[in-house]
Design a protein around this ligand. Structure first.
Ligand SMILES: Cc1cc2nc3c(=O)[nH]c(=O)nc-3n(C[C@H](O)[C@H](O)[C@H](O)COP(=O)(O)O)c2cc1C
Length: 304
């Protein structure tokens, strides 16, 4: 018997493989492709207090080994999530992590308060790659002092595990990981997308209407792995590794670098069952390698 259970704050997951926010809808879109109970958890599309329509199209494009998106945090809003989506999600038996964001500190706190009160939401993932309207559009996650203050303010109103998802668009991610830990966050997830752009040379126009978007997929994996490793060496709270995971081998690299669990994003668009497949492969790998407890793989990287 292999023990694949991992702990994120007070929440125990049956295995460390999850789907990433924005690439798995509200879970329901994937319910006929895989058994949601067989993955550690799924993370919802980023939720805000009010419904958002998102950015103008075109807002996604392909890149070598990845994609750029500028969806603009389109979502159904808290009310519709609670009344229309959550009751159906609950029936699947999935472990639900609700990703959320705001444009002001008050919006973050209010969103967290709403999610805390919803039965069927097991943990909260706070996306701080969102422009702060009160601070001239600078992302919340780009100032460690502000991030610590935001984490503290949100933590005050939630008892469920609070995961803070870090932006990679900073010179050094380590002070941000420390800010989350000092602010009382239960875990860190890293990384969100890397700022990028792409041009259609025929029309000489940007492939994304808003020119810049977020790069994701296998193209970002080495950068993500380095940043996750840096976070793991900086804090004691669990780190969830994200970025370009496309195979069991990729997932193992993140665990060995110190991640407690991983999330798979872009590759869900290529293979909707990927999370369940990799969870199964991880179990088989443990048996073949004589690993009885997955937590012993976390941080097992050997550096001479
Ligand atoms: C189309 C798309 C939408 C996304 N939406 C969100 C979102 O709403 N909130 C969030 O925190 N991250 C969002 N992300 C980022 C992913 O959750 C993930 O952090 C990133 O894509 C890197 O992982 P990957 O390379 O496996 O895709 C989105 C990514 C994509 C591709």
């Amino acid at each position: 018997m292999v023990n694949l259970k991992v702990r994120i704050g007070s929440l125990e997951l049956s295995n460390p493989i999850m789907s990433a926010s924005g690439t798995f809808g509200y879970g329901l879109e994937f319910a006929d492709k895989l058994d949601l109970k067989k993955i550690g958890a799924f993370v919802t599309k980023g939720l805000s207090l009010k419904k958002r329509l998102g950015n103008q199209m075109p807002r996604i494009c392909e890149t070598p080994a990845g994609m750029i998106n500028s969806i603009g945090l389109e979502n159904v809003g808290m009310d519709a999530f609670e009344t229309e989506k959550l009751p159906l999600i609950h029936k699947t038996g999935a472990v639900v992590m609700a990703n959320f964001f705001g444009e002001t500190e008050e919006e973050y706190v209010e969103s967290a308060r709403r999610l805390e009160a919803m039965d069927g939401v097991h943990a909260l993932e706070m996306n701080v790659s969102c422009p702060n309207v009160e601070k001239g559009g600078i992302e919340f996650g780009s100032d460690p002092a502000f991030l610590e203050k935001l984490t503290k303010a949100v933590k005050k109103v939630v008892k469920k595990p609070l995961i803070v998802k870090l932006s990679p668009n900073v010179a050094d991610i380590r002070p941000f990981a420390s800010a989350v830990e000092n602010g009382g966050g239960d875990a860190i997830s890293a990384i969100n997308t890397l700022k990028g752009m792409s041009i259609d040379v025929k029309s000489r126009t940007p492939k994304i209407k808003r020119v810049f978007g977020g790069l994701s997929g296998p193209a970002i994996k080495p950068v993500a792995l380095r940043m996750v490793y840096e976070c793991c060496n900086t804090v004691k709270i669990p780190v969830i590794g994200i970025g370009g995971i496309a195979s069991l081998n990729d997932a193992l690299e993140f665990l060995m670098a110190g991640a407690t669990a991983v999330q798979i994003g872009t590759m869900n668009f290529v293979e909707p069952e990927i999370c369940q497949r990799i969870a199964g492969e991880l179990s088989a790998w443990c048996v073949a390698e004589g690993v009885s407890d997955i937590t012993t793989v976390t941080g097992s990287l050997k550096i001479a």
